[in-house]
Design a binder for this molecule. Structure first.
Ligand code: AMP
Length: 450
């Protein structure tokens, strides 16, 4: 299917597409349309800029018949308020000739105004999870008519700690519904969410090109452990001129902090770090400093790095080997942009060899292996995760399973994937009154006294 006509969509949608000037569907739109139209659960792997919003909206709008139903039939969850606004704008553009009702709801704004808007009756709600939950528990919004649930940017959602809110919302939704999920990267957390909550979901992804850009030179090093990787990186960074803008990828926040501190010991004030536990201001400052060349090394997790438009990266260092080979393609694509020559290195331990092989299979090529220079010290020091664990029965000091899963790629263990549920006081109040105590609706308890 190469043209919008092949989708057999309504005239109203066709007119909107013509007005928008879209000539043909993007690859993710071509793949998403038949699957989403079929009603199956779908997991789409696509980044912003691929036309993914229209990819899920086109079949949804096509299937959404006019109705006077008060309660919304489509729910779209996104991680940030900016994305709520952007998505609502897009939907309005696509719906130019359709009579439908769309609103966006997000925290940090007056909840009463949003309650009034919801009360008018809506077809599509675009929301951040927290605010949506508040609206539902305060009974301003009912989800019983939801037929289609979209969760966009799931990777960011989970990285920001929304897992708990998401599963709360799943509990409030009707069992019979279609789940549509989009994520730019596959992570352990995303995988877990899919397997826990989705029925056999159909996976669609725009083929992350397995063919690496020709102007990126790729090499790899077999390295025994984390601190030897640090020594190797420190060794490479000694060449200031060559390694002038270095993006270092690690797969979790803990490793990011550990690595950042280690680099700082050798190259004070030359590195910065971003991950989702850092404040927005801190992240913006780091990115700015790196982009302007005030810092020459940026340590980042996969999820945080995407969406960043970083220019003229001299080297991408894969400090650990991504479990999902697509992530490697995304990572190295950050260098060698627009005619410039780029370089990437992959550091892998014995435990990561399988992941490296998967990457090579995807690319249908081997990554050239280099020998670690003699001057790089092989460290005996092990990180907490690398230390062998002695299993003792009934050991009162027994540590959680996280420590047993080996190297540092697992962002969160089951135990640690719990999110903050608010103070115990809030929880008690919620259990008693079936809603969190919020400032926005002081009269709720008065009204509901039995
Ligand atoms: P998204 O990936 O949803 O953030 O979309 C990126 C941009 O591509 C948006 O500005 C869309 O309006 C635009 N877009 C979506 N579909 C198409 C298409 N088929 N042809 C051209 N542009 C499109």
């Amino acid at each position: 299917m190469q043209s919008f006509e092949d989708f057999k969509i309504s005239k109203q949608l066709q007119y909107a597409i013509t007005d928008l000037g879209y000539e043909k569907p993007t690859p993710i739109q071509v793949k998403a349309f038949p699957v989403i139209s079929s009603g199956k659960d779908v997991v789409g792997i696509a980044q912003t800029g691929t036309g993914k919003t229209f990819a899920y909206m086109l079949p949804i709008l096509q299937g959404l018949k006019f109705s006077k139903e008060k309660h919304p039939r489509v729910l779209i969850l996104v991680p940030t308020r900016e994305l709520v606004v952007q998505t609502v704008d897009e939907i309005k553009k696509f719906s130019k000739y359709i009579n439908n009702r769309v609103i966006g709801v997000f925290g940090g704004t007056n909840i009463n105004t949003q309650k009034a808007e919801v009360a008018l009756g809506q077809d599509i709600i675009v929301a951040t999870p927290g605010r949506l939950y508040d609206l539902v528990v305060s009974r301003a919004l009912q989800l019983k008519s939801i037929k289609r649930l979209v969760i966009d940017e799931v990777d960011v959602m989970l990285d920001l700690g929304f897992r708990f809110q998401l599963s709360n919302i799943f509990d409030l939704l009707p069992q019979r519904r279609q789940n549509i999920m989009f994520s730019a990267t596959m992570t352990d957390d995303v995988n877990l969410l899919i397997s826990n909550f989705f029925k056999v979901a159909k996976k669609i992804s725009i083929a992350v090109s397995g063919t690496p850009l020709e102007n990126i030179s790729q090499s790899c090093y077999a390295v025994t452990n984390f601190y030897t990787k640090v020594n190797l990186l420190v060794h490479l960074l000694a060449d200031n001129d060559k390694y002038h803008k270095v993006l270092v990828f690690v797969s979790n926040k803990r490793s990011a902090d550990l690595l950042f501190n280690a680099i700082q010991e050798f190259y004070k004030d030359e590195a910065c770090v971003i991950h989702s536990n850092k404040t927005q201001n801190y992240r913006l400052r780091s990115i700015n400093q790196f982009d302007k060349g005030e810092k020459r090394v940026l340590v980042t997790t996969d999820v945080m790095a995407r969406g960043l438009d970083l220019k003229e990266i001299s080297h991408v260092i894969n400090f650990d080997t991504p479990i999902f080979p697509e992530n490697y393609m995304h990572r190295i694509g950050r260098t060698g942009r627009a005619e410039n020559e780029g370089h990437s290195f992959l550091f892998f331990t014995d435990k990561e060899v399988d992941y490296k092989n998967a990457i090579e299979r995807l690319m249908k090529m081997e990554i050239k292996q280099l020998l670690i220079p003699d001057s790089v010290e092989i460290s005996k020091q092990l990180t907490y995760d690398e230390q062998p664990k002695i299993k003792e029965r009934n050991n009162p000091l027994k540590l959680p399973a996280e420590s047993e899963i080996g190297a540092s790629f697992h962002e969160k263990s089951e135990k640690n994937s719990k999110t903050n549920q608010g103070g115990s006081y809030q929880r008690k109040i919620k259990a008693k009154y079936k809603k969190p105590k919020t400032r926005g609706d002081k009269n709720y308890n008065k009204r509901n006294k039995r």
